[in-house]
Design a protein around this ligand. Sequence first.
Ligand code: AMO
Length: 434
Amino acid sequence: MDDRTYTADAEPGDEVTVAGWVHEIRDLGGIAFLILRDTTGRIQVKFEKDAMDDELVETGLGASRESVVAVTGRVEEEPRAPTGVEVVPESVEVLARADTELPLDPSGKVEAELSTRLDNRTLDLRREEGQAVFEVRAEILRAVREAFRTAGATEINTPKIVATGTEGGTELFPITYFGREAFMNQSPQLFKQLIAGSNIERVFEIGPIFRAEEHNTPRHLNEATSIDFEGAFCDDHDAMDVCEQVVVAAYEAVAAHCEDQLGALELAEGFSVPETPFPRLTYDEAIERINATGELDEQLVWGDDLPTEGEKALGADVGGHYFITDWPAEIKPFYIMDHDDDPEVSTGFDLMHPRMELVSGGQREHRRDRLVEGFEQQGLDPDAFAYYTEMFRYGMPPHAGWGLGAERLVMTMLDLENIREAVLFPRDRQRLSP
Ligand code: AMO
């Protein structure tokens, strides 16, 4: 039973047991302080050597940094203590002793390389800034769920072991499934569409996606968390409306509930909720504006995907979140609907943060014959997708949706340099454990 008092709740006059890690010991001679840290903050424990039992003083001050201790005592007001109170101990128990050599400094005074931090996440997340990132991430996911519920969507969970890929055949992780070839799923794409076509109509999923891409960049992972939406009777613009609401809800929740975490990350002052509506530039306008910046060596022509430098130049030009709509059909996947009056142009859209792409989405092709034609054009075998295309025989409504990378949302919101900082245990080309 956890009947201790959190350090943040300790009030003068209370008799408490506080428990946590030894953050620091400051020995001033006749008097010494143990700074104890728990999930809510820190508290000073005062040892007056001459006035206290020797064994108590020895146990308390003999505990190495990061050892876990429980301290029972009286809380007293002390204006000179960092939190205005201190504990005068009656007993100290060492619950787990820490080695005196630590692989990184949880007080954050000595900076560690990202790889050292990722190898030692337990210690790394004892740092305020590390803890703050994951508290914010949790708040984002809570707010996103709530925003989806407000938008009338139902949370679903779909398989991560699948028979086919959806986002381009080269980026799949193969596995063996009882002697048959299977893959780790790249996206819940086809499943969320199948359920949008059921009476549930509007669905969302927050789950892992697996991409065997060769990229080794600060914004790619091989296992990421995708926030997916799909809605029946939605077109691309309806889907963008929901997307904007969800992203803004995440920012609003963090602004309202994560003041301390933003403070720890030194973001409290500049943090702002993005203004809506987000501009919706067509792909044509986007390449024109990129070309006009003069930042690229070669001008973009219609049909080109946007290079990273192009995205950055446009992001700096727009200065906030924006959508790029109406992409060339050829560079969007088979399930995206093309415009009937101009089949070269699709209903596909991306949501961009000035630093990078956050979301891809679009209206889906719900007419079975056109969908099957699309497979053939992309060199995919429609038979392999029969479980999906068959359902389009039985009344598949028009529908649209999108996928948002959770880590990219955290990374851009908190201005993190590397996406790996937004994942507890990232999976990349080199990293398979922890
Ligand atoms: P897409 O492949 O563009 O679209 O992925 C959607 C969003 O997911 C995030 N993302 C990634 N984040 C980190 N590392 C990766 N390797 C990675 N890959 C993707 C990005 C990206 O914008 N099925 C469609 C979505 C849809 O149309 O509904 C899809 O998966 O933020």
